[in-house]
Design a protein around this ligand. Sequence first.
Ligand code: DOR
Length: 435
Amino acid sequence: MLRNQRHPVAVVIRGGRIVDQTGTRQADVLIMDGRITSVTTKVSSVPAGTVVLDAAGCIVAPGLVDLHTHLREPGREEAETIDSGSRAAALGGYTAVVAMPNTEPAIDSAAVVRQVFHLGADSCCDVHPAGAITLGREGRRLAPMAEMAALGVRVFTDDGAGVQDARLMRRALEYASALGVTLAQHCEDASLAGGGHMHEGEWSSRLGIPGQPAEAEELMVMRDLALARLTGSRLHFLHLSTAGSLAMVRGAKSSGLGVTAEVAPHHFTLTDAECASYNPVFKVNPPLRTEEDVEAVKAALAEGTVDAIATDHAPHTQESKEVPFDQALPGMLGLETALALALTELDLPIEQILALMSWQPARIAGLEDTHGGPVASGRTANLCVIDPAETWIVDPASSASRSRNNPYSGRKLTGRVRHTILRGKPVVVNGEPQR
Ligand code: DOR
């Protein structure tokens, strides 16, 4: 992968509390030439020109890793570019994102993979394209997964749609296993979900908006668990949203099946009642569910059924959102609010939240060599510094994203990223992007 960023001579992160998968300790971190060179109680002498980042009262953690980001480039640059999206990611504490392939054209060939790597080479976070499972994400013929894997693609998905054909999904799982890559499924049975614009339930009946039942997600989870068992392949479930899906994953894991699962912040912070405003900012796929589902998502996070919190950052232009609910495109922004929502809304220790947002997703994406910690001498310096006490109000107008479809406008959150360091270079300092 290309990378042509210059590093400052040295960076020291001073006065913070390190939290990584090895535990917690008070220490300064010295970074030189992109790598951590020492982690010690107090770095006293530093070379001239060293950049000092204040971390007093803060947590110093491995950079966050997002398994589910829509960057829209190539093809829908009016909604987001790799540059704007990666700046939003860095502001949210991310040092790596997996970019979904529902671009135009889809990331379904070596040429588009190369293009995305190239566009991301000089951005504020590492951008790892996910490849499509099927050509054009049309669900008919397999994409050239081997060609894309040879370029470093580790995750394949048709996200935005699920692979409907069970035989094709079986083949894809077999290829993925041979290639040592992971398939990530958007679980949605199109025949059952078709025509639905929100969760099917009490609210959809009251509002007169056609819904999609929980079963549209759950049927595909059920089928894919069977296919994972049949093929023995690694499978990751994207943005699970129902109590039933999570119960099935819990059962499968306890029987020893090697599947992983993520949930998105909007599925533990918002319910389908929000759709009563008819505001398309609350339209998303899978849809916002019931309070019982939100509680099930929180319980699954707490007990470890869920491996990762992933944003499903889905930027859309004002034009595609300022239309009647049933005509709006689904999706909401997520990169800049995910960590603060987790810190504010989940009753979990910071270590567990960071596991869900940094080292566990790093492992699922195959990025554990360079991302997700530990914060130790010799490791690439991909880090974030979090002030757990800072309170702030979400203001969509101040987002680094090109889009404004943020459902949390005006919400007070606690916990904010102060600095983000990518390969030794501070890309966010005191909450400000450096480019
Ligand atoms: O709400 C969604 N938006 N869900 C998806 O699966 C796709 C995404 C998008 O690309 O906008």
